[in-house]
Each structure stands twice: as structure tokens, then as C-alpha cells.
Write a new protein. Sequence first.
Length: 345
Amino acid sequence: MPFTSGIADFRSDTVTHPTEAMRAAMAAAEVGDDVYGEDPTVNALEEEVAELLGKEAALFTASGTMANQIAIGTHTEPGDEVICVESAHVRNYEHGGASANFGVSFRTVPSPNGEMSLAAIRKAAAGVDYHLPRVSLLAWENTHNVSGGTVVPQEMLREGSEYARSIGLGVHIDGARLWNAVTASGLPVETVVAPADSVMFCFSKGLGAPVGSILVGAADFIGEARRIRARLGGGMRQAGVIAAAAKVALDGRARIADDHENARRLATALADRFPAATDAAAVKTNMVVVAESGLPWPAEQFIAALADAGVRTALITPGVIRFCTHHNVDAGDVDRVLAVADSLV
Ligand code: TLP
């Protein structure tokens, strides 16, 4: 359902508003003090998600950043390094949280699309014995945000994770958009997350809930994660109110396929007009990235013309515009983008 404001906001899938069903569930939610483990709605959600993902336990968190930070804090000791792609959210978009909160830094793998080959992981993990910091964690991002919601090939994820575990590393998946990866791959969620010790996903992105993410893993890992969540000030008391909306969002996850179809149509139509700006074949989930270098006008001009037409979008990295689809933009909003592009040509 489009925003009642008439604005089509493609800046992110974080911008969605709760549906009527979410608001009704929030109003009716049974609550308790979650710091005492007494919120029945949070407890039910954590149990359901752990079972769905084939792990032992789960921890509801205020945000994806908090879930990633807790995971890093639980897997590492100060001075350790985390292997991830150089464009990873955990490295670039969490305001230095890993180093500020836990004294951890990153050993990065160059990657245009979130992929890390076995050879690249081996190379990154090599040489730790005498001189280099200990590496204790391998962190994937699936889907990978800044490359345009790309899905990490499952065999690569499995093989790299198996190697990492064989040399004693923990394995975490930043699955902020896990359900987009699951929808695009057609694999059971349990299979997608099986290679990892911990995984987080967000209710507040493609699933469309107003607030909340969840960290999932073994019971002892989640026990320690709960302690770290408290340290970060992340205990949320009567959080059943937001967990209820998250549950409605999770139950409605089949809708994500519509977002993928809208993104695919937008990418195909933009690629028809500006073949060097966007790679339609690469669009498998709910994002379309458009390179300024392939457009006939500066990105800022396109963004401003879209804004004049009530369509919001933004740069995700310098020179790259990102369009995210979600439950508050529809096929008509895709047409609005294309009409602006046509009016400028
Ligand atoms: N991503 C946001 C911005 O921070 C860039 C967005 O608009 O895409 N992991 C990944 C892969 C993410 O994309 C995000 C948010 C997070 C973690 C953090 O989630 P929140 O915003 O809930 O802290």
C-alpha cells in the first residue's frame, strides 16, 4: 500500500510504515518485562525464529546495528580482527562500533558484490601466527547492500564458512535482508543460515515492521549475547508491543516476492534506456543501483527531478543512486520513476 502522503520513498526499505494489521497486533500485544525474560510476545517470537532458522535460541534487538554489534562482541576479544568484504555494513556503516565498543578491527576482502571466495578467505586468514592480530570471526553480508542487494552464492557461503570454522573462527551472517536472499535463492532459510554460528535479520527492512531485529545462534552464544545487549543498554522492557508487529511482518514474508518483481521491472526499464547505468540481470532482490557514469545527466539532477515529482531516492555510495522497493511502493511508483527519466531525456 503506497504512503498516504503520495510520496514514493525509494531511499531505503527502512522507511516503511506499519500496516493496519501490525498496528492492531501492537495494540493487542501481551507484554511483560523482557529484561526479566517475562515478555510473552518477545519470548514467543524468539522461540519461533530460532526454530525457523534451525538454531537453538534468539535475541530480539532494537536494530540491525545492535544485533551485529552484539554478535561481534560475543564472538571476539579486544585486539581481534574480523574478516569481511571491504564494503560491509559492519565495517562502514556502524559508526566504528566494532572498534569503539569492542576494540576490534577489520581485515577486509576486496569484493564488488559481497562475495568472498575460499581463496580470498584463506589469504585474509593467513599469517596470523607470529606478527598479526588474531582473527576470530568471518562476517558475511547476505544480501549485500551497497552492490544492490546481491545474494551470496550458497556454495561459496558454505565452503568459506566451513574453512573458517576449521581454523577456529566464528561465522556470522549480517542478514539484515536475509528473507530477500531466501526468496531470491528459493532455498529453505535453514539451509541458507546453516553454515553460520550466528545470524541476524531485520524485521524493519523488507519485512516492513516499524522496529526490531533478531540475533540467532546456539543457546550459550545467545546467553552471552543477552549480557552484551544489556551492556549496550539494549534491554527493552515491554518490547512485546514491537515484537507483535515484527511477528505480523514475519508471517507476511511471502509478499517480498512483489518487491523483487517491482525492482526487476524498474531495473529492466532503466537498463533499456541507459544500458551503462544499471545491470538488470544482476537485480535479484529489492534494490536497483544506478551508476551516475551511465546516465546522461548528473545524479543530483535526476534525484532533484524525482523529488519534484514526489519520488525520493538517494546516493548509497558516491556516484551510485539506490532505489529500494518495499511494501509502501508499488508498480505505479515504478512508473513514476520512469516517467521522470523519460521527461529528462
Ligand atoms: N542499512 C541502512 C543504512 O544503514 C545504510 C540502509 O538504508 O540500507 N546490515 C545491513 C546490511 C544494512 O543494510 C543495515 C541498514 C544494517 C545492518 C543496520 O540495520 P539498522 O538500520 O536496523 O541498524
